[in-house]
Design a protein around this ligand. Structure first.
Ligand code: GLU
Length: 416
C-alpha cells in the first residue's frame, strides 16, 4: 500500500499538521505519533468441517492518558495492523473531541465474516477475547463493535471474559444487546450523533435543510440509520444509497423502511425497485446538499475530490477522505465534518453504557438522546470556533482541539 493510502501514514500526517500549528514540543509530538502499546496474536478456530484455521488478530492501545483505551473491533478481510493503528489513533482524538474520560484503541481480525457459519463466528469471537482478556478490562481497555461486528459478537465476548474472570463485568465491552447491559440508543448512536452535527453545521452555514437532498455511501450500522434519521430529524430527502455491491438512485427520494426491508431480504440495496443503479464512485459525485460517506477508508481521494458536488460532507465512516482530497474540498468550499467529530456518537453512547453498567441502573432512551445531543453539539461548536480562530479547515480544527486535550493529560501525568 502506498503511503498516500496507508491509513496510519495518513493519521500521522494529519497529526503532524496539528502539531505544527500547536507548536507541540518535539517529544510530545513523537509520543503522540505512535501507539503506546499493541498486541499481535493468533486465534486458532475449530471449523465446522473439523479442520482448524488460524486467524491473525490485533489490539492497539494507542493512548490512555485521558482514561482507559476505547474502541471497536473490526472483522475484515483487508484488515492490516496499520489500519488498526490508524483507527486507534482516530479513537484517541474522537474521545478527546467529545470530551469523555477515555483514551483510544482499536482491534481487528483478518477474516471474512461473510463466509463463516454462526458457530465459527462465535468460536472466533470467543478466541479473540481469550487472546486479549489479560490486556482489557473496565480500567484498562474497553472494546466495542465496528465494521462487521455486532451486538451478538459483543455478547459472546463479554461472556467469554466473565467465564475467564469468574465475575460479572458487563462494562468490559460496549455495544451489547439490551438484555445483557447494553444501553438504550446505542444502535443508532453513530448516525444520530452525525445528524446532530449536520444540524448544527447547517445553522452555521445558514442552510435550511428541510426538503434538501442527501446521499449515503454504505448501508451498515451507520448508513442505514442515517437514512432514516436524515429524513426524520432533518427533513432531508435521501436520493441515493449504496452498499459494497453498488448503489441506487431516485431523485424523488428513497423510503428507509422499504430499502432496509429489501436489503434484509436480498442482502443488498442493488436491484431495489423504482430506482436506477449507480456505482459507488458515481454516487459520491451526485448533486446533493449533504453527502454521508458511511463505509470504509479512502473513498474521497485526489482522483475524485474535484467532482464532489455536495455542500456538506458528513463523514460517518472512519478515514473516508485522504489529505490531498481534504485540501481540494476545502479550496472548493465543500464543508467537511471530519470523521472523528461526525461519527463520535457511537463511542459517546458506549461511554454512557459504561456509566450505566457501573451503577447497574439504566437510562430511558430519551435521556440518552438528550445527553448525546449535548455532547455532539458542544463538540461541533468547539471545532467550529477553532476553525474560525485559526482559519483552518474543520479537520485541522478538530485535531487542534483533541490533540491539545490529550497532550495536556500526558503532560499532567508527567509522561513527557
Ligand atoms: N467503532 C466505533 C467507532 O469507530 C465505536 C467505538 C466504541 O463504541 O468504542 O467510533
Amino acid at each position: 500500500m502506498s503511503d498516500k493510502l496507508n491509513p496510519f501514514a495518513i493519521a500521522q500526517a494529519q497529526l503532524d499538521k496539528a502539531a505544527e500549528i500547536l507548536q507541540l514540543d518535539p517529544a510530545m509530538h513523537a509520543f503522540l505519533r505512535e501507539p503506546m502499546r499493541e498486541f499481535h496474536f493468533t486465534i486458532p478456530v475449530r471449523m465446522d468441517d473439523g479442520s482448524t484455521r488460524v486467524f491473525k488478530g490485533f489490539r492497539v492501545q494507542y493512548n490512555d492518558a485521558r482514561g482507559p483505551a476505547k474502541g471497536g473491533i473490526r472483522f475484515h478481510w483487508e484488515e492490516t495492523v496499520d489500519t488498526v493503528r490508524a483507527l486507534a489513533a482516530w479513537m484517541t482524538w474522537k474521545t478527546a473531541v467529545v470530551d469523555i474520560p477515555l483514551g483510544g484503541g482499536k482491534g481487528g481480525v483478518i477474516c471474512d465474516p461473510r463466509t463463516l457459519s454462526p458457530g465459527e463466528l462465535e468460536r472466533l469471537s470467543r478466541g479473540y477475547m481469550r487472546a486479549i482478556a489479560r490486556f482489557v478490562g473496565l480500567t484498562k481497555d474497553v472494546p466495542a463493535p465496528d465494521v462487521y461486528t455486532h451486538p451478538q459478537i459483543m455478547a459472546w465476548m463479554m461472556d467469554e471474559y466473565e467465564v475467564l474472570t469468574g465475575k460479572h463485568e458487563p462494562g468490559v465491552i460496549t455495544g451489547k444487546p439490551l438484555e445483557l447491559g447494553g444501553s438504550a440508543g446505542r444502535g443508532d448512536a453513530t448516525a444520530r450523533g452525525g445528524i446532530y452535527v449536520v444540524r448544527e453545521a447547517a445553522k452555521t452555514l445558514g442552510i435550511d435543510l428541510e426538503g434538501k437532498t442527501a446521499v449515503i455511501q454504505g448501508y451498515g450500522n451507520a448508513g442505514s440509520f442515517a437514512h432514516r434519521l436524515a429524513q426524520d430529524i432533518l427533513g432531508l430527502k435521501v436520493i441515493a444509497v449504496s452498499d459494497s455491491k453498488g448503489g441506487i438512485v431516485n431523485t424523488n427520494g428513497l423510503d428507509p423502511d422499504a430499502v432496509a426491508a429489501y436489503k434484509r431480504e436480498t442482502r443488498s440495496v442493488v436491484g431495489f425497485p423504482d430506482a436506477d443503479t449507480v456505482t459507488n464512485e458515481e454516487l459520491l459525485e451526485l448533486e446533493t446538499t449533504v453527502l454521508f460517506p458511511a463505509a470504509l477508508e479512502n473513498v474521497i481521494t485526489e482522483a475524485n475530490a474535484d467532482r464532489i458536488k455536495a455542500r456538506i460532507v458528513a463523514e460517518l465512516a472512519n478515514g473516508p477522505t485522504t489529505p490531498a482530497a481534504d485540501d481540494i474540498l476545502y479550496a472548493n468550499g465543500v464543508y467537511v465534518l471530519p470523521d472523528f467529530l461526525c461519527n463520535a456518537g457511537g463511542v459517546t453512547v458506549s461511554y454512557f453504557e459504561m456509566v450505566q453498567n457501573a451503577y447497574q441502573y439504566y437510562w430511558p432512551e430519551e435521556m440518552v438522546h438528550q445527553r448525546l445531543d449535548q455532547k455532539m453539539t458542544t463538540a461541533y461548536h468547539a471545532v467550529h470556533h477553532m476553525a474560525e480562530n485559526k482559519k483552518v479547515n474543520n479537520r485541522v480544527a478538530a485535531y487542534l482541539v483533541a490533540v491539545d486535550r490529550v497532550a495536556r493529560a500526558v503532560r499532567l501525568r508527567g509522561w513527557v
